[in-house]
Design a protein around this ligand. Sequence first.
Ligand SMILES: *[C@@H]1O[C@H](CO)[C@@H](O)[C@H](O)[C@H]1NC(C)=O
Ligand SMILES: *[C@@H]1O[C@H](CO)[C@@H](O)[C@H](O)[C@H]1NC(C)=O
Ligand SMILES: *[C@@H]1O[C@H](CO)[C@@H](O)[C@H](O)[C@H]1NC(C)=O
Ligand SMILES: *[C@@H]1O[C@H](CO)[C@@H](O)[C@H](O)[C@H]1NC(C)=O
Ligand SMILES: *[C@@H]1O[C@H](CO)[C@@H](O)[C@H](O)[C@H]1NC(C)=O
Ligand SMILES: *[C@@H]1O[C@H](CO)[C@@H](O)[C@H](O)[C@H]1NC(C)=O
Ligand SMILES: *[C@@H]1O[C@H](CO)[C@@H](O)[C@H](O)[C@H]1NC(C)=O
Ligand SMILES: *[C@@H]1O[C@H](CO)[C@@H](O)[C@H](O)[C@H]1NC(C)=O
Ligand SMILES: *[C@@H]1O[C@H](CO)[C@@H](O)[C@H](O)[C@H]1NC(C)=O
Ligand SMILES: *[C@H]1O[C@@H](CO)[C@H](O)[C@@H](O)[C@@H]1NC(C)=O
Length: 329
Amino acid sequence: MERICNLLFALAVFIMLHHHTSSLANITTDQAALLALKSHISSDPNNILARNWSSSSPVCSWIGITCSSRHHRVTALNISSMQLHGTIPPHLGNLSFLVSLNIHNNTFHGDFPKELTHLKRLKSISVTRNNFTGAILSSLSLLPNLRFVYLSMNQFSGEIPSSISNITKLEVLSMQRNFLEGEIPREFGDLRYLTFLDLQYNQLSGSIPTSIFNITTMKILGLTYNNLTGQLPTTICDHLPNLEWLCLSKNYIGGVIPPNLENCRKLQILSLSYNEFIGIVPRVLANLTSLTELYIRALHLEGSVIFYKKNENVLPFLSSAKLATHTFP
Ligand SMILES: *[C@@H]1O[C@H](CO)[C@@H](O)[C@H](O)[C@H]1NC(C)=O
Ligand SMILES: *[C@@H]1O[C@H](CO)[C@@H](O)[C@H](O)[C@H]1NC(C)=O
Ligand SMILES: *[C@@H]1O[C@H](CO)[C@@H](O)[C@H](O)[C@H]1NC(C)=O
Ligand SMILES: *[C@@H]1O[C@H](CO)[C@@H](O)[C@H](O)[C@H]1NC(C)=O
Ligand SMILES: *[C@@H]1O[C@H](CO)[C@@H](O)[C@H](O)[C@H]1NC(C)=O
Ligand SMILES: *[C@@H]1O[C@H](CO)[C@@H](O)[C@H](O)[C@H]1NC(C)=O
Ligand SMILES: *[C@@H]1O[C@H](CO)[C@@H](O)[C@H](O)[C@H]1NC(C)=O
Ligand SMILES: *[C@@H]1O[C@H](CO)[C@@H](O)[C@H](O)[C@H]1NC(C)=O
Ligand SMILES: *[C@@H]1O[C@H](CO)[C@@H](O)[C@H](O)[C@H]1NC(C)=O
Ligand SMILES: *[C@H]1O[C@@H](CO)[C@H](O)[C@@H](O)[C@@H]1NC(C)=O
């Protein structure tokens, strides 16, 4: 009983505090958060923020800041490509009206503060091309409105949290060129609006979860340069009517190349090189009329490299070619 009461009390305090902070927050709160960010920037070689983000001018006129006219609060922060070096302070989590956060192509480093999960209105986050380290926050799943997540080209490590599958509106997830390992969470199959999944250049292992091939909205699936094993399902394209790019080169995927690929009618780029496929290149791939690029490199194929571009009708020749069991020396 006592335990339950304590929990109820804690909950009540939490609700009060939450209510308290959000009702009193105003543009002054946003200004304080942005000035905290400014003070965490150790290098600003072009003096962009140093000159422009001054408390004597209105926050909404600062470079990279967009405010909503209705609430007069900061809705977008875009300080991309400014050669800024620094860390992200927890205060950024106080920008409670923020919808879009774009700091790509700077050299921010350190951890991603967990306070960013207070940004309940956030739809889009881009931190591509920075120097962030540490694990991908599993608590990103607490941001119910996220649709676009760009975390590529950093030094994030550890496993991909399966809780990301709880971000039900997610459309784009880009985590290329980090140090992610472990398996691709099979729960990703629950992401019913995902169109773009880019996990290339990591160290992911295990087989590709079959559930991924059930995401009918998927357009771009990039998994090259990982340690993926297993085989492709024979029904791979039964539920992928919109797939345009399937990039799987440089893994350890074996078995045959499924003739079912023919059913990905919109496929433009198919890259399968440097895997452990055996057997033949299915003749039916010639039926893929949208295909502009095909990469299937295998040792036992003539010239070793196969690179097909539209209008070079090499597919009939390929169809009977034998693929080696080991394609990379
Ligand atoms: C913001 O709220 C504080 C009190 O919490 C108040 O002192 C301040 O004047 C307000 N600022 C604006 C711009 O409304
Ligand atoms: C800051 O930059 C914005 C956008 O370039 C500009 O409109 C504004 O006048 C600048 N403010 C100051 C104080 O320099
Ligand atoms: C962010 O700012 C950059 C540089 O000013 C600009 O090119 C880009 O379009 C902006 N992005 C967004 C989403 O506003
Ligand atoms: C990154 O920022 C630098 C410096 O502002 C700029 O020269 C470069 O074009 C940017 N690169 C990308 C990919 O945005
Ligand atoms: C990124 O961090 C690594 C070490 O973690 C460091 O060696 C490298 O210089 C950093 N890069 C930049 C551009 O700051
Ligand atoms: C998704 O959220 C629900 C409810 O909060 C939770 O029970 C479940 O474990 C979460 N799923 C994952 C994969 O984290
Ligand atoms: C990935 O495969 C390479 C080459 O086989 C190996 O050196 C590396 O340890 C593997 N990494 C992981 C995380 O399994
Ligand atoms: C994929 O979808 C089909 C039909 O909607 C279903 O029968 C199958 O269980 C799903 N597979 C996975 C791995 O989710
Ligand atoms: C697909 O290709 C096969 C053999 O290459 C051919 O017989 C068949 O008619 C084609 N199907 C379609 C729908 O074009
Ligand atoms: C919000 O950010 C925290 C750090 O996460 C600060 O401690 C608070 O002072 C700040 N709140 C306001 C109203 O600025």
